[in-house]
Design a protein around this ligand. Sequence first.
Ligand code: FPP
Length: 241
Amino acid sequence: MPKDTNDQTGPRHVAIIMDGNGRWAQQRNRPRLVGHHAGARRVKEIVRACPDVGVKYLTIFAFSTENWKRTQSEVSGLMRLFRRYIEREARDLLAEGVRVRFIGDRDRLDRKLVSLMDSLELLTSHNEKVHLTIALNYGGRDEVTRAAKRLAYEIEQGRLTHKDVDAETLGRFLDTHFLPDPDLVIRTSGEARISNFLLWQSAYAEYEFIDTLWPDFTAAEFARVLSGYGVRERRFGAVPA
Ligand code: FPP
């Protein structure tokens, strides 16, 4: 897990729960998928804004382990949207210096999508301007459970012992092992819940719950939300000096 060594005042790693696509579409009497497509256009805008606002790592919640409970047509529409996003955006992401990685359990995703995800990760693996992590079939409890299972297997095989198990070791088995912890988690659409997103990693993160629906969340609003971050004091459990 890379250490966050920056001394900037703004957040370096921002994680976003992109909520409100369905309501945005409903307000316009359009199918929910229209909201998801509008949401995908915002993803592009927000990723592009990151270098200007000092965000090096952006992690976005695209599909949760619970989202399979939605209607079959919404789920398959979202999966089509993810495939299309990767196919259409790969060139721009590469040219704009964005390194894309995915977190979540790939086993339940269709093979064509997983192969596109693998290719995009490989294609952008030398980029380092912005690190975009897309959580797809991701759930915090599921991630910790999978990590614990892999850790138990290493112990079973004799490569580790129970004495090696601490927070640092467990962190190396998480999907996010390549990321610093998020400094700020933003959730749009007025809901004040974490919904199983980065449970372990957000132990000391700041949270911003804002009313705007995701498809209306502009780069200007993103910059405004981030500017509020610098004025807070993060203590990580300690007493201020
Ligand atoms: C939650 O809003 C949003 C989702 C479950 C999907 C998020 C997906 C996108 C923004 C599409 C683009 C993503 C990528 C990576 C291209 P909701 O549908 O639950 O909204 P509601 O609460 O108003 O119903």
